[in-house]
Design a binder for this molecule. Structure first.
Ligand SMILES: Nc1ncnc2c1ncn2[C@@H]1O[C@H](COP(=O)(O)OP(=O)(O)OP(=O)(O)O)[C@@H](O)[C@H]1O
Ligand SMILES: [Mg+2]
Length: 247
């Protein structure tokens, strides 16, 4: 079953002669538990696509369906609920709150939602432990490495138990080693916890962790590749593909 589906999704910024078509009739389907990478040159519309999939912005035309329901048809409160309960967001620059420790940061979506702090913290700790941060619960972001901060951010994205994770360049601010760790972790999030993960990346090595890659150019889907190999073994294949596409 498609968890995420778009139909002729189009986004035009601005009007008349200054109008920019960021997405041009994009129709994609993403299945439950899939790990999909979205690749393409700067400005091709990757972030715009993520914003529309997450209901953070509205399309100019076309449809986004989450669990078969068009989000344009949802009332504001339903859309807010969708963003809070069904979708977790991960960003390039982690976006953690500097004055909160790892456990408090990861618990935030639940505490903001009025959950009892003890329960919110317990759930946050579970994810942080799964991500190897059991000894870092009470460190603030400035006391953590970039890779550790991103793991806290992914724990925060998962704490309310969403079925979808949208990650825009989650390894863009990390060194090679930490980037691989985060890509592997997102792969596990999809494999072991059956979450649907959509990840934007520029990096063929990182995209190689996905099950499938969607290539965008000038706001259009120009290619899709299904990856069969093990984690990371496909980097060469992906790099080769990118080369043919950009030629
Ligand atoms: N709020 C906005 N107003 C006007 N134009 C915008 C806006 N956001 C994005 N754009 C334009 O839309 C196009 C797609 O932008 P988008 O940020 O989706 O690209 P991207 O693929 O994420 O790029 P990058 O790899 O650099 O992050 C670009 O031409 C960009 O300049
Ligand atoms: Mg972007």
């Amino acid at each position: 079953m498609s968890v995420i589906e778009t139909e002729k999704l189009t986004k035009i910024y601005g009007k008349n002669e200054t109008a920019i078509t960021a997405l041009d009739h994009i129709s994609i389907q993403i299945q439950e538990g899939e790990f999909v990478a979205v690749m393409g040159p700067s400005g091709c519309g990757k972030s715009t696509l993520m914003h529309l999939l997450g209901g953070l912005d509205k399309p100019t035309s076309g449809i986004v369906r989450i669990d078969q329901i068009s989000i344009a048809e949802m009332r504001d409160d339903e859309l807010t609920k969708l963003r809070r309960k069904k979708i977790g967001f991960v960003f390039q620059f982690f976006n953690l709150i500097p004055v909160l420790d790892a456990a408090e940061n990861a618990a935030l979506p639940l505490t903001l939602d009025g959950e009892k702090p003890s329960l919110a913290n317990a759930k946050a700790r579970e994810w942080l432990e799964r991500f190897g941060l059991e000894n870092r619960m009470h460190n603030r972001p400035d006391q953590l490495s970039g890779g550790q901060q991103q793991r806290v951010a992914i724990a925060r994205a998962l704490v309310a138990n969403p079925s979808i994770i949208l990650a825009d360049e989650p390894t863009g601010n990390l060194d090679t080693h930490s980037g691989d760790e985060i890509a592997g972790l997102l792969r596990n999030v999809s494999n072991d916890y059956n979450r649907t993960v959509v990840m934007v990346t520029h990096d063929p090595r990182i995209a190689a962790y996905a099950n499938r890659i969607i290539f965008l150019k000038d706001g259009k889907v120009i290619d899709e590749t299904i990856l069969e190999g093990k984690n990371g073994n496909n980097a060469g294949v992906v790099a080769e593909k990118m080369k043919t596409i950009s030629d």
